[in-house]
Design a protein around this ligand. Structure first.
Ligand SMILES: [Zn+2]
Length: 239
């Protein structure tokens, strides 16, 4: 694995507003605290989300962007970018790969954090089709697109974006995590980030307790001891 000291820029690539906060906002807070530059890239605006069942989602995209920016701020992240793909219709297209490769070349991250592209048969929520599509496209953007100057040559020729090699990827929501980050010291900031998604979570009874018990279970699985919280990842070396 990459030594912490060599992780200076981190790019999180997720499908919907709140995904990064459920899966990885604690680790983002820790990276920010260590002085790393952290960028969030959201593929959709989550415009098919929300609790109101009127089927009129006018304004939902803008609301969810605002909520995501507030959630990012709760863990110290200020660089939040949106690609604006329609929620619920994401496929790992060449166009999406190019969009993600563009941001990789702009941000030049040492580490990319994204969704696991495989279906998790133990627990269905992480395997939303948009998540799998974004995870697959992000991995393809890491290898080969971002590092190969002949992939999407217009990125170099028209936008001046040089090839960039991401050295490591962490996947969230997969069936077999092999790396746990102790987020106990920042669990309140992670919770504040999650609660910034008011349209998604304000109506959920016992939300804070539910979140804490989920991440306490990871803490236990990681062997961090009682009362510790953890986020779980599968590490992919990509250097
Ligand atoms: Zn999602």
């Amino acid at each position: 694995m990459l030594p912490q000291a060599e992780i200076n820029r981190v790019l999180y690539v997720t499908a919907h507003p709140d995904d990064v906060d459920f899966g990885a906002a604690g680790s983002a807070a820790l990276f920010v605290d260590r002085g790393a530059e952290v960028t969030y890239l959201l593929v959709t605006d989550g415009d098919a989300g929300g609790n109101e069942r009127t089927l009129d989602n006018t304004g939902m995209a803008e609301l969810r962007r605002t909520e995501q920016r507030a959630a990012a701020k709760a863990v110290g992240v200020t660089d939040v970018r949106f690609l604006g793909y329609p929620d619920g219709q994401v496929v790992p297209s060449l166009e999406l790969r190019r969009s993600i490769a563009r941001v990789i070349r702009q941000v030049r991250p040492d580490l990319v954090v994204t969704h696991h592209p495989d279906r998790n048969y133990r627990f269905i929520a992480p395997s939303h089709p948009d998540h799998r599509a974004v995870g697959g496209a992000a991995l393809d953007a890491v290898y080969p697109d971002a590092r190969n100057p002949y992939a999407f040559p217009e990125l170099l020729l028209e936008e001046g974006l040089e090839a960039w090699t991401v050295r490591e990827v962490w996947l969230t929501g997969g069936p077999a995590p092999d790396h746990y980050v102790d987020v106990t010291d920042v669990i309140d900031r992670k919770l504040a980030a999650l609660q910034s998604h008011v349209s998604q979570v304000a109506h959920v009874e016992g939300f804070a307790e539910g979140v804490k018990s989920r991440f306490a279970a990871w803490g236990e699985q990681a062997g961090f001891g009682p009362g510790r919280y953890a986020e779980a990842f599968q590490v992919v070396p990509t250097a």
